[in-house]
Ligand binder design. Structure first.
Ligand code: SF4
Ligand code: SF4
Length: 176
C-alpha cells in the first residue's frame, strides 16, 4: 500500500539492507499482540502470501474469504486483506493465547512490522517505523533474521517486481 508520509517523521532517518542491524528485537512479542488488532483493512496480501497461506492452512482462497480474509480496493486494485473481527478489531488468525496461529506462514507485512519498505528506482531499502511497536526497549537484530524469509534475495526481487507492476497500473497508454 502506498503512503504519502515524510520518512523523517515516522522513522529513525536511516535506510537499511538485509545484513544491517536494526532495533526490532522485542522479546518474541511476549504479552503483546497490539499489531494484530485495530489494523482495519491495512494488512494487504500479495500472491505469495495467499499461496503460502493456502499451503499452510490447507484451505483455498475461496474458503479463507468466508472467515479470515476479505476483499477491498487498494490504490484502484481489488486485493485481499486480513479481516479484523469484533469491537476490538482482532485479526482472525490471533488465537486465545494472543499468539499468531499461522506464524510460520503469516503474511509478509506481519513479518516486516515494524519495518517498512522504501522503494527506489531498482529496488528498495528497509526503514524502521519508530512509533509503531509497543515495546520501547528493543534490542538489535539483523534485518534478514527478523524477516526470516527463505531465499530472501529472490523474495526482495519479487517484491520489487510486484511494486513496479502496481505502479504501472496507473500509466495512461500513450495512444489514448
Ligand atoms: S496473521 Fe498473525 S501476525 Fe499477522 S496480524 Fe494476524 S495474528 Fe498477527
Ligand atoms: S507491537 Fe511490537 S511487541 Fe507488540 S506484537 Fe507488535 S511487534 Fe510484537
Amino acid at each position: 500500500m502506498k503512503r504519502n508520509v515524510d520518512l523523517n517523521e515516522i522513522s529513525d532517518g536511516r535506510l537499511y539492507s538485509a545484513n544491517d542491524m536494526v532495533k526490532v528485537e522485542c522479546g518474541d512479542c511476549a504479552g503483546c499482540s497490539a499489531c494484530c488488532q485495530n489494523m482495519g483493512t491495512s494488512v494487504v496480501l500479495d500472491p505469495m502470501d495467499i499461496w503460502k497461506m493456502q499451503r499452510g492452512t490447507g484451505r483455498m482462497l475461496e474458503k479463507l474469504l468466508k472467515k479470515e480474509l476479505e476483499l477491498n480496493v487498494v490504490d484502484g486494485i481489488i486485493l485481499p486483506n486480513l479481516r479484523m473481527n469484533g469491537t476490538r478489531e482482532v485479526c482472525s488468525f490471533l488465537n486465545e493465547e494472543g499468539r499468531c496461529s499461522i506464524h510460520p506462514y503469516r503474511p509478509g507485512i506481519c513479518r516486516l512490522f515494524p519495518l517498512g519498505r522504501y522503494y527506489e528506482k531498482n529496488g528498495f531499502h528497509y526503514f524502521l517505523q519508530i512509533d509503531e511497536c509497543r515495546k520501547k526497549s528493543r534490542g538489535k537484530m539483523k534485518v534478514k533474521k527478523w524477516l526470516w524469509i527463505e531465499n530472501l534475495k529472490t523474495y526482495e526481487t519479487y517484491k520489487t517486481v510486484i511494486q513496479k507492476y502496481d505502479s504501472n497500473m496507473y500509466v495512461v497508454p500513450a495512444y489514448e
